[in-house]
Design a protein around this ligand. Structure first.
Ligand code: AHR
Length: 492
């Protein structure tokens, strides 16, 4: 029996709802087909947006949506995506499959999507191949309400009032697809571009500098040293794969316990990354004003057989659900520094929450994790003391459990628990300190097999169930957390 102490009276900070953010790029079938089908499509839509996808995303209470990339952002010229659709120039999406991008989904469409699903937009600007003026004018176009050339252009395109824009990223992966720069060079460019991102509108724009890849601590050091006082957030990108070797991606659906274990291990590596990047940030920003923005995370496997390798379309299994639970728990637990995180990517790309095929749509196991965990948004992180047993495989060890807990504004406590061991259940005894609980209820996501998934033929194979396997006695919650499961308990 594993004993845990839940300290309901030890609050460790507010969990920024933006930790539950998403990322949608002009990549493969994320935007086109996945979200946008156009007004004339036979697929049911509202103003060109798929009705089924919009409804599914709305339910997740997505706080913030990052767009238009990714690598695409540093090749995107926003003026190509405004005005009458038939006049919009096309381009080649060189990063992602070399397909023709017709620019039918542009600024107006993205802002409308955000309004429909209730998310704040987070726009990523073009530093790699765009000018300072272009970026400045984009912000003016979106946010200026007075008389100005860009505000007038917006009005001529049918939008009288400006939009609310709180978050703006100054380039993407500037060490790679965003310009192959040195951190010293990018730090200077960041300051130059960021200077001209004016606060025209009512929102003070939160400026996000392009951050490190994985464990490039030197990048974080240089950016914080040279530009830390000019930014509100600094990004970090890390993808979970079966191997640290980038060329070995493994299958999304066909795997044994060795690849289950390595994926869990690699997902947990995010803990070390967040801790070490945060330590560097602490040296330059001890008051933690600058947020660590994990604006790309998730699993990256080999594409589904027969699909365009440049489209990054992969299926999603119970293993992905565990990866999502691990990440969200650890972002919650680091809410003193992590102010935003965006899973890659919303629809049909990488660790998607929704997959589509023609007029069909399915919710992935990852979708259900976001659904279960949304109760943590804006809640107070609580301290939980426990020593996790180990999950050992082939001589290697990782913690068996990943846990976080929070107290919401209505006084409800939520505890999210992931059991990473695919074969061993675990009995737990949670001693609740600092509050008397009257009742406990729960939800669970699990399945028979490690690689269980939802398909277009069987869309409800992996779904949220009621978790009744707990008792509340003398302010202790006792229960059995099944192997390979994610449980969210609610204590009232
Ligand atoms: O999410 C796919 C790609 O991964 C993004 O475009 C890029 O930023 C990252 O390398």
């Amino acid at each position: 029996m594993l004993k845990m102490i839940l300290n309901a009276d030890i609050k460790k900070g507010q969990i920024n709802k933006n930790i539950y953010g998403h990322f949608s790029e002009h990549l493969g079938r994320c935007i086109y087909e996945g979200i946008w089908v156009g007004e004339d499509s036979a697929i049911p839509n509202i103003n060109g947006f798929r009705t089924d996808v919009v409804e599914a995303l709305k339910n997740l209470k997505i706080p913030v949506l990052r767009w238009p990339g990714g690598c695409f952002a540093d090749e995107y010229h926003w003026k190509d995506g405004i005005g009458p659709k038939e006049n919009r120039p096309y381009m080649v999406n060189t990063h992602w499959g070399g397909v023709v991008e017709n620019n039918h989904f542009g600024t107006h469409e993205f802002m409308e999507l955000c309004e429909m699903i209730g998310a704040q937009p987070c726009i990523c600007g073009n530093v790699g191949s765009g000018t300072v003026q272009e970026m400045q004018q984009w912000v003016e176009y979106m946010t200026f309400d007075g008389k100005s050339p860009m505000a007038d252009l917006r009005r001529s395109n049918g939008k009288e009032d400006s939009w609310s824009l709180k978050y703006f990223g100054v380039g993407n992966e500037n060490w790679g697809c965003g310009g192959n720069m040195r951190p010293e060079y990018y730090a200077d460019l960041y300051k130059r571009y960021a200077t001209y991102i004016r606060n025209f509108g009512k929102d003070k724009i939160y400026k996000i500098a392009g951050g490190a890849s994985v464990d490039d601590y030197h990048w974080t050091e240089v950016l914080m040293r040279e530009a830390g006082t000019w930014m509100n957030g600094l990004s970090l990108h890390y993808y979970t794969r079966v191997s640290k070797d980038w060329t070995i991606k493994g299958s999304a659906t066909e795997f044994e316990e060795n690849e289950w274990f390595s994926v869990m291990q690699n997902a947990l590596y995010m803990e070390e990354l967040v801790t070490r990047h945060s330590h560097i940030m602490d040296q330059y920003d001890p008051e933690k004003k600058v947020g660590l923005i994990v604006d790309e995370w998730g699993t990256w496997f080999t594409v589904e057989p027969g699909t365009n390798p440049g489209f990054l379309y992969q299926q999603n299994t119970l293993r992905d659900a565990l990866v999502a639970g691990i990440h969200l728990n650890l972002f919650n637990n680091h809410c003193d520094r992590v102010q935003m995180a965006n899973i890659a990517q919303t629809v049909n790309v990488l660790q998607a929450v929704v997959l589509t095929e023609g007029g069909g749509m399915i919710l992935t196991p990852t979708y259900h994790i976001f659904d279960m965990f949304k109760v943590h948004q804006e809640a107070q992180l609580l301290s939980v003391d426990f020593e996790s047993p180990e999950y050992t495989y082939n001589g290697e060890k990782i913690p068996q459990l990943s846990v976080s807990s929070s107290l919401d504004k209505d006084g409800k406590i939520h505890v999210s628990i992931c059991n990473l061991n695919p074969v061993q259940d675990i009995d737990i005894d949670i001693d609740i300190r600092g509050k008397t609980a009257k009742s406990v209820s729960g939800k669970i996501l699990t399945s028979q097999a490690m690689n269980s998934k939802n398909t277009f033929e069987d869309s409800n194979n992996v779904k949220i169930d009621v978790f009744g396997n707990t008792q509340l006695e003398n302010n202790h919650v006792k229960g059995k957390i099944p192997s390979k499961s994610v449980v969210v308990l609610e204590l009232v």
